[in-house]
Design a protein around this ligand. Sequence first.
Ligand code: PLP
Length: 425
Amino acid sequence: MAERNLNQADPEIAKLIDEENVREHETMRLIASENYASRAVMEATGSCLTNKYSEGYAKRRYYEGQQVIDQVEELAITRLKKLFGATAAAGGEDDLHVNVQPYSGSPANLAVYLAFLQPGDVVMGLGLPAGGHLTHGHTVSITGKYFKSIPYGVRREDHRIDMDEVRKLAKEHRPKLLWAGTTAYPRTLDFEAFRSIADEVGAILAADIAHIAGLVAAGAHPSPIGIADVVTSTTHKTFRGPRGGMIFCKKAHAAAIDKAVFPGLQGGPHNHTTAAIAVAAREALEPSFKDYAHKVVENATILAAALVYHGFSVTTGGTDNHLMLLDLTNKGIAGKPAAQALDRAGIVANYNAVPFDPRKPFDPSGLRIGTPAVTSRGMGVPEMERLAAWIERVIANIGNEAEIAAVAAEVKTLCAKFPAPGLRI
Ligand SMILES: *Cc1c(COP(=O)(O)O)cnc(C)c1O
């Protein structure tokens, strides 16, 4: 008898997956950290590789039966070295080690702490309210509880990272680890400037490119490879792979990083994810990926300008990358009700704090909007202009559910013309 498929084995979950498939097809995905993984990437994640235990690293495993897995992991590493090595300053690619086993971005960052710090050591990162990530030392994170965190911020005048403040705080507090990386910051990072500050105080410099890895791979954002001691990333944001993590480091740190990931922090690697990372890396080596990444930035630039035209306040006045932050204060609405109304209109974004936000983190003033996913669907300049007009219409008609439903219908019609990678329609 043939084995039952998902629908036969579990119709409840099958139905929910179908519903999510429809939702993802019919709505505009503007969450800056999300994307559409290709069918090929998803096939790899849904493969028999999920069955295998492979604690250790290629040719140094604790279980037998790694004939195939070692090749998968080595392919992923080789492709990532080729892809990101090419973004390094001359010679940087020869000094590159890659670990593809972190379960996601947060565990990749924890591995950096475990590799280089002792509990109580000082870490510096961009504060969460200024656009930094939880794992860079925020108080609610283990990284802020087990280590002494000194956050730096952005300037009041222009909401850009204040490198003078970073240097001043670093000299005063002598961090062992300095993070350069962001989760809600619309401008490029000056990795060279971070490097010189880290050198002045003897800190390990870690760049976290979770959001921008796809842009970095394609040359649409400066690369920290060869500049930072360690570079961590997710694999599922602009990089468009499976949910996962990866770490690049200079060879001198290879043993410390590998030991921190396994056995320090994790058990067996998720081999199905490793295979999908290899697939995503192969896709990212194709010329079309460069086009995609540059269009992500172009779309963000155009969307930000169109929103400014509609009277929105865009922090820093625009964007250099894939995302923008709107401060809705001048529109007389907070971020959360705006995000909820937009969601009802099929425009899915997240509410977000803006720098120096007078409101509470769970009810902040802003909205974060990103263009990676809509760009993966092939949307371009005309769609960004329509999108800005819809956002304006929804915000101007909060409480008018008929108008919001009218926008949702228009959004659905547009989305039907841009089938997303990986979805079944
Ligand atoms: C998303 C993100 C992470 C965490 O990734 P998860 O996969 O959600 O654990 C880490 N750092 C930065 C800067 C991020 O944006």
